[in-house]
Ligand binder design. Structure first.
Ligand SMILES: NC(=O)c1ccc[n+]([C@@H]2O[C@H](COP(=O)([O-])OP(=O)(O)OC[C@H]3O[C@@H](n4cnc5c(N)ncnc54)[C@H](OP(=O)(O)O)[C@@H]3O)[C@@H](O)[C@H]2O)c1
Length: 285
């Protein structure tokens, strides 16, 4: 099976490369240097036609949530227009397509975990662009899957885990947000979920939720788990998200209901504590 991955140096695309290499699968990855999809989103379709892969996974996105407030046009091209073009090209060629979306399509007002059929109501430009991407992929038809995920990280990228480790090594006191809740997703587990899903693709486009399993936690809880693991002991104050005013508003509740994915793909999602363990192992290799 040959797989085309859009994205090369991103967290998910790097994890996909590790998983595909471990399986001995044939694949090719295209990051922004190889194919700038903001400048030329239509080139995604040309590449799909040229390579004629057995499946396509889109790991590309405009993920700078605050930056998107000032670069709405760019965010919309990469997060909405390009996935729509990819999905249409895949549908035309009858190729399975996996696209990744986000908890930020929701407003976080729900009590309890979000189900894939819950109503979207994004709070910021990034979330609106990702929601538009979902609509474009759904409208294209074909064997498309949209996997919404949350709080993605790995051991080496620029993410919450590595930021916390850097701050805890240099600061004696940290303020940590305890009013936003969700579940972290280790990029390696998200990559494995994508590959598991490819084995049982639906005939029609469908949305599923994928995160690590385990208890829903706050960012402060996640930071404390990271510090415990690293045997770091900064002095911590738990604060509300108002303590860190940012250009883009974030949802307070990002918890995703992952039961449909686990059932339909027979793929149990690992607890986030296991993901954290693997992320630490990744730092040591
Ligand atoms: N990070 C999170 O917390 C989070 C949470 C929920 C959902 N998600 C979703 O999960 C997916 C994967 O996220 P991630 O954390 O792996 O993202 P990431 O690490 O920020 O990687 C972004 C990817 O997009 C590519 N890209 C950026 N600009 C591009 C351009 N102009 N043309 C072509 N490619 C471009 C990058 O290319 P290069 O390879 O060249 O760098 C990179 O591969 C995304 O759909 C994201 O929206 C992420």
């Amino acid at each position: 099976m040959s797989i085309l991955v859009f994205g090369k140096n991103g967290q998910l695309s790097r994890a996909l490369q590790r998983s595909l290499t471990a399986r001995g699968a044939e694949f090719s990855c295209y990051g922004r240097k190889e194919l700038d999809l903001i400048a030329h989103p239509e080139n995604a379709a040309q590449l799909i036609r040229k390579l004629s892969p057995d499946a396509v996974i889109n790991g590309c996105a405009f993920t700078d949530v605050d930056g998107a407030e000032k670069q709405a046009a760019e965010a919309n091209i990469l997060n909405a227009k390009a996935p729509g073009i990819m999905a249409a090209a895949c549908a035309k060629a009858d190729i399975p397509f996996i696209h990744i979306s986000t908890d930020y399509v929701f407003d976080g007002e729900k009590s309890g975990a979000y189900h894939p059929t819950d109503k979207r109501n994004p709070l910021n430009t990034y979330g609106r662009s990702k929601a538009a991407g979902e609509r474009a992929v759904m409208a294209a038809g074909g064997q498309s899957l949209i996997l919404r995920t949350s709080w993605v990280y790995d051991g080496t990228g620029q993410n919450f885990m590595t930021t916390m480790l850097r701050l805890a090594a240099s600061e004696t006191h940290l303020n940590l947000v305890s009013t936003q809740f969700g579940r972290p997703t280790y990029a390696g587990h998200l990559a494995e979920a994508c590959l598991a899903a490819l084995e049982t693709m639906p005939a029609q486009p469908k949305i599923y939720h994928v995160s690590n399993s385990g208890p829903v936690i706050s960012w402060a809880d996640f930071a404390e788990a990271i510090f415990d693991h690293a045997k770091l002991h900064p002095d911590v104050t738990r604060v509300s998200s108002d303590h860190f005013p940012r250009p883009a508003k974030r949802p307070d509740n990002s918890a995703l209901d992952i039961t449909d994915f686990e059932r339909d793909f027979q793929h149990p999602l690992q607890p986030w504590q296991m993901g954290l363990e693997l992320a630490f192992q990744e730092r040591n290799t």
